[in-house]
Ligand binder design. Structure first.
Ligand SMILES: Cc1cc2nc3c(=O)[nH]c(=O)nc-3n(C[C@H](O)[C@H](O)[C@H](O)COP(=O)(O)O)c2cc1C
Length: 226
C-alpha cells in the first residue's frame, strides 16, 4: 500500500467484524511501529495488546461495573482542557453531532448517545485492543512521542488491511484496565486502540470527519504564491 493511501484511508472505525487478527500480525505491526522517532530515542511507549479471553474478560468486568458507575473511575489526566476554547470547542461539538447524526441518534436521545458511547468499552466489537501507557516520570514531550508511535501503528494497520479507533474512553477505566494488564504503578494508562477488520457496511463507519482548511492552522513564509 502506498503511504498516501494508508493516510487517506485511515479513519476511526466504530464497528468491527468478529474476524480474528492473528497474533503474528499484531507482533509484526508493533515491531515495525517501533521505528517511530522519539526525542533522545527514549522510546517512551509501553504497549499491552489484549485479544481473545484476555480482552473479553476486561470487557465483561467493565460491563458489570458500568451500571453502578456510569462515569467510570477518577481521571488521571484531562482528556480535554477543562474549558475548551474556540475553535476547538466548535470542532469537538461538530464531531459529536456528526457522529450521532450518522446513526440517527438525535440530541434529545441522551440514553441512545450514552449507549453508543458505551460501545467504546466493547472496543466496538474489535477482536484486539492495544493499550498504550507511559512512565509517570515522563513529561508532555514524551507524551507527544507516544502519539507518534500510535499514529505509526494506525498507518501500519492499514497496510495489514485493518482499521483502528484510538480510544481515550478507556482512560475512565484506568484502574480496572490496570488490574487486567498488571500495569506497574510507575506506568499511567493513556489510551486504548481498537484494532480489527472494519464493518464497512455499518452506518457509523460510512461517515467521515472534516478538516479545517490549511489557512486556519498553517503559516507559510518564503514559498511565493500558491
Ligand atoms: C488519542 C485519541 C483518542 C481518541 N479517543 C476516542 C474515543 O475514546 N472514542 C472514539 O469514538 N473516538 C476517539 N478518537 C477518535 C477521534 O474522534 C477521531 O480521530 C477524530 O474525530 C477524527 O476522525 P477520524 O479519526 O475518523 O479521521 C480518538 C482519537 C485520538 C487521536
Amino acid at each position: 500500500m502506498e503511504l498516501i493511501d494508508a493516510v487517506s484511508s485511515r479513519y476511526s472505525a466504530r464497528a468491527f467484524l468478529p474476524d480474528e487478527v492473528p497474533g503474528e500480525t499484531v507482533r509484526r505491526m508493533l515491531d515495525r511501529a517501533a521505528q517511530a522517532p522519539s526525542g533522545g530515542n527514549l522510546q517512551p511507549w509501553h504497549v499491552y495488546a489484549l485479544g481473545g479471553d484476555a480482552l473479553q474478560d476486561l470487557i465483561r468486568d467493565v460491563a458489570t461495573q458500568l451500571p453502578g458507575n456510569p462515569r467510570g473511575e477518577p481521571a488521571e489526566y484531562d482528556v480535554y482542557p477543562p474549558s475548551l476554547k474556540e475553535p476547538y470547542r466548535t470542532r469537538r461539538y461538530r464531531c459529536g453531532e456528526d457522529l450521532y447524526a450518522a446513526i440517527d441518534i438525535p440530541r434529545e436521545d441522551k440514553l441512545g448517545r450514552l449507549r453508543q458511547f458505551a460501545k467504546n468499552l466493547t472496543c466496538f466489537g474489535a477482536p484486539v485492543c492495544l493499550f498504550f501507557a507511559i512512565d509517570r516520570s515522563m513529561g508532555r514531550n514524551q507524551w507527544a512521542h507516544l502519539g507518534m508511535f500510535m499514529q505509526t501503528v494506525m498507518l501500519l494497520a492499514r497496510e495489514e488491511g485493518l482499521h483502528t479507533c484510538a480510544q481515550e474512553a478507556w482512560s475512565a477505566w484506568h484502574e480496572t484496565v490496570g488490574r487486567h494488564l498488571s500495569l506497574p504503578d510507575e506506568l499511567m494508562l493513556y489510551c486504548g486502540m481498537a484494532l480489527g477488520f472494519a464493518d464497512e457496511q455499518a452506518p457509523i463507519n460510512r461517515w467521515r470527519t472534516e478538516r479545517a482548511p490549511r489557512d486556519e492552522w498553517c503559516t507559510l513564509r518564503g514559498f511565493g504564491p500558491a
